[in-house]
Design a protein around this ligand. Structure first.
Ligand code: PEP
Ligand code: MN
Length: 326
């Protein structure tokens, strides 16, 4: 159980009140105003959320599936540098589009134009690509961040991009409005802590074999490290069997949204690996409870350096817009 304190809470008094309830407390994070995130250690006495929430100085009890967590995560407001304020979790789904990898300044600019035309609010694209094979394209790194930033600015879009390593967090956080944790890194604790410490919102891909409980634990880990909000994103788990790249777990989306009260995203592109199935899976994700749809598009998919088969062209992206009514 995690506790967020009131900005002016007196740590000594909060701690002794909690100790009086038989709870062991650890300070997880301090802000400029003092300690603001505490953890109730697991070996503490069993206690209800209501009892803890009633302690003076406790603003919120954050724990997956509790009212506190639901309140904190049911909606998300993103302040973007180039695309204004984006509300996630309302009536309409938010569309995010862009190439798998940022390949050149021209490619990302053309992709941004497509995304903006199709009503997307954020541009996606990888500057650092998590590819196991050294023969695969692993992204242009910092140069690509600059190209992306320029493209997002030119078309009035927010920006989401993956950060793969703690040493890249600072430079990615300078341009990204939403920091993406890739599926391979959901369990990379050093990375989660470094990303959380930037104080920026996070898009957290579900690990390929992660249970919903493990996914929620990673959400909590990011929030405990300082992330103000976390958007979990379902992108398919192992088991697709080849014809579809992965297995889109719509049940997990429904569970996250309707049971755990989380705002949640769906990535149909990586879930199925083929462009002809992106729209049906996007609609399935939204029907199950997803509030944001993250898709790959490319101005020349046949020449894409990665994931061309699942990248939408201009017409397909516009058709997705119509289907989603964004
Ligand atoms: C991506 O969205 O660029 C990506 C690599 O996705 P995932 O981590 O889900 O494979
Ligand atoms: Mn991709």
């Amino acid at each position: 159980m995690l506790l967020r304190l009131e900005p002016n809470a007196d740590l000594g008094r909060v701690r002794s009140a909690l100790q009086g309830l038989g709870l062991w407390v650890r300070v997880l994070r301090s802000s400029a105003d003092g300690p603001d995130m505490l953890r109730i250690e697991p070996h503490s006495r069993a206690v209800s959320h209501a009892e803890v929430a009633a302690v003076e100085g406790v603003r919120e009890v954050l724990s997956p599936g509790t009212e506190g967590a639901a309140r904190a995560q049911a909606r998300m407001t993103l302040q973007t540098r180039h695309g204004g304020q984006v509300e996630i979790g309302g009536e309409r789904a938010v569309l995010v589009a862009g190439p798998c990898a940022v390949e050149s300044a021209d490619q990302i600019a053309r992709a941004a134009e497509m995304a903006a035309e199709a009503g997307a609010r954020l541009l996606r694209g990888g500057a650092f690509k998590p590819r196991t094979s050294p023969h695969a394209f692993t992204g242009w790194g910092p140069r690509a961040l600059g190209w992306m930033d320029e493209a997002a600015r030119a078309f009035g879009l927010g920006l989401v991009t993956e950060v793969m390593a703690p040493e890249h967090v600072a430079e990615v956080a300078e341009i990204a409005d939403l920091l993406q944790v890739g599926t391979r890194n959901m369990d990379n604790l050093a990375l989660l802590d470094a990303i959380g410490a930037t104080g920026k919102p996070v898009l957290l891909k579900r690990g390929r074999t992660a249970s919903v409980a493990q996914w929620l634990a990673a959400v909590d880990r990011l929030m405990a490290a300082g992330a103000p909000s976390v958007l979990p994103c379902e992108r398919g788990v192992l088991g697709g069997g080849g014809e579809t790249r992965n297995l889109l777990d719509v049940g997990a989306i429904a569970l996250m949204r309707h049971v755990h009260g989380q705002v949640v995203a769906v990535d149909p592109s990586h879930a199925c690996g083929r462009r002809d199935l992106v729209t049906p899976l996007a609609l399935a994700g939204v029907a199950a409870g997803a509030s944001l749809v993250l898709v790959e598009c490319h101005p020349d998919a046949a020449a894409a350096l990665s994931d061309g088969a699942q990248s939408l062209n201009r017409d397909e992206l516009n058709a997705l817009r119509v289907a989603l009514a964004v």
